[in-house]
Design a protein around this ligand. Structure first.
Ligand code: C2E
Ligand code: CA
Ligand code: CA
Length: 646
């Protein structure tokens, strides 16, 4: 008999109605409708049977279905019969013994009781004491990133609805640890979920570790920093009064430190700065190296963590600490930095991590290009408008890269000693913005550089330039070279060689038809690594040319060590060779250097006959400039090529 189960009310109602049937039998059944007696009695017996014996489907615990509160919920067993109580207590003891002994990170979530049991090993994996985990998910929640927690809850609800297993990764909120979680719902004999079994594994493999930790300084990596920033922006969506700040710190003239002293010295400086930053911040803050010589800080929860200290004081104190004189390899040394501070309440871009970063970068850019380089600057509403414009540009660039809305034009380089024959083209990118129309590369390339978008954009450009060049080579212009501009970040990317290899493979172009153009600044920055890349490229058969030669670096001695083929004299010298004696002398000197080092030379931005005559007289044969041609669309470039070279 099931009279007292969870459907007892329904059962009593059924019994009551079933028993009413015999009471009213005289009123319902008479001699005329005697044939009804059998179904009438049958219905009565059926209702009584249902009330006493029918197996209704057990109800699902409502807590489990709708609100996964995960609160500890004690089942009161004290009033239970003695032997049932003992049995349950014994089971609990056994479960605990098992969980202490298990060598796996395991948790068992009892859905009806809302109780979670953790294995001891799970606590070790989570780097905490076993008792901290308690009998709920509360402490676990505090250990992991908020977004991962929300995802975890969502997955549990879904898994209980669909009775499917799930697996996911969660990130620690305080360090770079990563955990894998596998969950499996368990059902009773009726197919209703009763518990969830979970397995937790630490996932601190080396590659993941290096994704989140900067190997040189031990601070967090850019990857980790951006994820934390996304967490902070997620808080502000839930708590509009939540305050946090992003700080970027850029070391001024760091490339010179590497160059003048040594790479090891430069690394030493970075490590000291990293230590100074880390020791000045709270453990709840995030300190990271987000680019070669740029550090980033996220100051978490300003109101709770820095009640008595104004953020302005904090930033200035930090600036003083970082710029204190330092001693390294027996040398006294002092650096200067630019430091930008953005508090989320001061910008309307605070609802995305990228919005906050672009404000901080714009500010840094202002500091770096100002008359007095360095110092601390706070993002204020005055900068907002500018930030909005730049932010919009970055956003549009991102979209334009996705939709490949860029094209290339080609400017001929002619040899004036060979009947103005075209020896090369320079590929130049064009962006026709849907609202603004033509945007100069001088305006968008620096933004692409700063935001890192130059890498995907550069790859698009390279792919297009190689495809086009291959078409010309196939038309018979076997020795034609097309020069592609590479900006510093693009040139320094880890997998440059593989990318180039892949593109040549895709397009079938030979490396001898491609010329890589880097600026003088790129070539001498971070010299050892760059020289190594340049060596590999020249070994592969590429030629390298140094763009804007003469504008960047004062010492020319480095040219001896660089595997380069061509120097391009910058337009600013060419502009005034006819009327400025110093510029004429400078150009003469560059021509002399190129000759003595057996380097090719191209004069850029040649616009008139006077300039041309001067260059011809001094022995510069290769000319690029409006005098011969502006950059041309591919079809016009081919016409030009046919007219000049036949
Ligand atoms: P750059 O590499 O020094 O390119 C030469 C620039 O001078 C081009 O401007 C070209 O159109 C212009 N120019 C050439 N001859 C003359 C002349 O006789 N008179 C005048 N007034 N200008 C001349 P553009 O195409 O606007 O490019 C500007 C800069 O943008 C380039 O300077 C380069 O730094 C960057 N850039 C252009 N295309 C690319 C690209 O595909 N990738 C990268 N990373 N940067 C690019
Ligand atoms: Ca160039
Ligand atoms: Ca140039």
């Amino acid at each position: 008999m099931k009279l007292l189960d969870e459907y007892k009310k329904l059962r009593f109602v059924l019994l009551f109605i079933g028993m009413l049937f015999p009471v009213f039998i005289d009123n319902v059944i008479s001699e005329e409708n005697l044939y009804l007696a059998f179904p009438y009695c049958g219905a009565s017996l059926f209702l009584v049977y249902m009330g006493l014996f029918y197996n209704f489907k057990p109800q699902m615990p409502t807590r489990m279905r709708s609100d996964l509160e995960f609160r500890e919920y004690e089942v009161p067993i004290s009033g239970w019969p003695e032997n049932s109580r003992r049995l349950i207590e014994n089971q609990n003891l056994m479960l605990n013994a098992l969980l202490a002994f298990l060598q796996e990170g395991v948790f068992i979530y009892d859905i009806a009781a809302g109780k979670v049991n953790w294995s001891k090993r799970a606590a070790q994996i989570l780097s905490t004491e076993w008792q901290n985990l308690g009998n709920s998910f509360d402490y676990f929640h505090s250990l992991i990133m908020e977004n991962d927690w929300l995802e975890f809850r969502k997955n549990i609800s879904k898994s209980l609805e669909t009775l499917r297993d799930f697996s996911m990764e969660v990130r620690s909120s305080s360090n770079s640890n990563l955990f894998s979680i596998f969950c499996k719902p368990e059902t009773d004999s009726e197919g209703c979920p009763v518990r969830l079994l979970g397995c937790i594994l630490a996932k601190i493999e080396t590659p993941v570790h290096s994704i989140f930790i900067d190997a040189l300084t031990g601070l967090k990596s850019k990857n980790f920093f951006m994820q934390r920033l996304e967490e902070e922006t997620a808080y502000t969506l839930r708590r509009p009064d939540y305050l946090y700040a992003v700080i970027l710190i850029d070391i001024n003239n760091f490339s010179c430190v590497n160059d003048v002293y040594s790479r090891d010295f430069g690394d030493g400086v970075l490590k000291i700065i990293a230590e100074r930053i880390a020791s000045f911040c709270n453990t709840t803050d995030c300190t990271a190296r987000i680019d070669g010589d740029v550090f980033g800080i996220i100051l978490h929860d300003l109101l709770s963590n820095r009640e008595n200290q104004k953020i302005t004081d904090f930033a200035r104190d930090l600036y003083s600490k970082i710029t204190m004189p330092l001693q390294l390899f027996g040398k006294d040394f002092q650096i200067n930095v630019s430091m930008s501070v953005v508090i989320n309440r001061d910008t309307d871009k605070s609802n995305t991590a990228e919005g906050m970063m672009s404000c901080a970068r714009i500010l840094l850019h202002e500091l770096n290009t100002g008359e007095t380089r360095g110092g601390v600057k706070f993002f204020t509403s005055g900068l907002r408008e500018k930030a909005v414009l730049l932010y919009k540009m970055e956003y549009d660039l991102r979209k334009a890269i996705q939709s490949k809305s860029f094209s290339l034009v080609y400017q001929p380089v002619v040899d004036i000693t060979k009947g103005n024959r075209v020896v090369a083209f320079e590929a130049l990118v064009r962006w026709n913005h849907s609202e603004r129309g033509y945007v100069s590369p001088f305006d968008f390339i620096p933004i692409a550089e700063e935001s890192g978008l130059i890498v995907p954009l550069g790859n698009l450009i390279l792919q297009e330039a190689c495809t086009q060049t291959k078409k010309w080579v196939d038309l018979g212009y076997k020795d034609l070279r097309v020069a592609v501009n590479f900006s510093a970040k693009q040139f320094a990317q880890e997998n440059l060689i593989e990318t180039l290899d892949g593109i040549l493979c895709d397009t079938g172009l030979s490396p001898k038809n491609l010329k890589i153009e880097i600026t003088e600044y790129t070539a001498i920055n971070d010299s050892k690594r760059i020289i190594e890349i340049m060596r590999q490229l020249t070994n592969m058969g590429f030629e390298i040319s140094i763009d804007d030669f003469g504008t960047g670096y004062s010492s020319l001695s480095y040219l001896k060590y660089l595997p380069v083929h061509t120097l391009k004299i910058d337009k600013i010298f060419v502009d005034s060779i006819a009327d400025k004696k110093e510029d004429a002398a400078f150009v003469r000197m560059i021509i002399g250097i190129a000759k003595s080092l057996h380097l090719d030379l191209i004069a850029e931005g040649v616009e008139n006959k006077e300039q041309l005559d001067f260059l011809l007289a001094e022995g510069c044969r290769q000319i690029q400039g409006y005098y011969f041609s502006k950059p041309l669309e591919p079809a016009a470039a081919l016409d030009f090529l046919r007219r000049s070279n036949g």
